[in-house]
Design a protein around this ligand. Structure first.
Ligand code: 3PG
Length: 211
């Protein structure tokens, strides 16, 4: 059985998706998989999101996570919809028991060293630094690697194709995420070809990290 960290190693750029229309799920999933990105995050920011997760999972190559998970109810709904992993933008202590009991890998959101230490103590192995660019970006991660060299991060927030490689070059970065691969404008225009091109370019960054 392939574990989540293997999936991330193979596909360390995660498209963060905000999908309004359920009928976009399958063409979007196909466009991303054709571009070579196989780990995706569907944010629970739209009424369509849970059905989008269900439908994207019909593309067998994909590992489909749920993002913007804010409450224990969101954890339940995401897992019931079949989410392969869960991502939170921030992680209040009150959410931790539901996350630990989710039964799927969780990437909890953090921003400070104290939050990092607390979530590591809770047993989480990869943390989402959010919003990465706004809270210090690559410089912050380098500074954190001094006292905490073994913590693994998935930074997201303000990262795009031009910024992603500097993150991926860090040992402490397991993956990066961002909405640049499938922006709202491309979804609205149903421009699946553009999304495949963006995914292919992003996958090349991931391949450079692997090699
Ligand atoms: C998010 O959860 O919104 C992600 O971090 C994506 O941020 P971005 O839109 O700045 O890429």
């Amino acid at each position: 059985m392939t574990c989540f960290s293997d999936h991330l190693r193979r596909s360390p750029v995660i498209p963060v998706l905000v999908v309004d229309r359920v009928e976009h799920a399958e063409p979007l999933a196909t466009a991303l998989a054709e571009g070579g990105l196989t780990v995706v995050e569907v944010t629970l920011r739209t009424p369509a999101a849970l059905e989008v997760i269900r439908r994207m999972k019909r593309v067998p190559a994909l590992t489909v996570g749920a993002g913007t998970v804010l409450t224990p109810g969101d954890v339940d709904s995401a897992v019931t919809a079949g989410a392969d992993f869960i991502v939170t933008p921030g992680t209040p202590v009150s959410l931790v028991p539901a996350l630990r009991g989710a039964g799927v890998p969780v990437i909890p959101g953090v921003q400070t060293v104290s939050e990092i230490l607390a979530r590591i103590e809770d047993g989480f192995q990869i943390l989402k630094l959010f919003p990465a660019e706004q809270c210090g970006g690559v410089g912050l991660l380098k500074a954190i690697a001094g006292p905490l060299p073994s913590v693994q991060f998935c930074p997201t927030g303000g990262i795009d194709q031009s910024k992603a490689s500097a993150y991926l070059a860090l040992k402490s970065v397991a993956a990066v995420g961002g909405s640049w691969i499938a922006p709202a404008s491309a979804l609205a225009a149903e421009n699946w070809d553009l999304i495949t091109v963006n995914a292919r370019n992003a996958a090349l960054l991931g391949a450079a990290k692997e090699s």
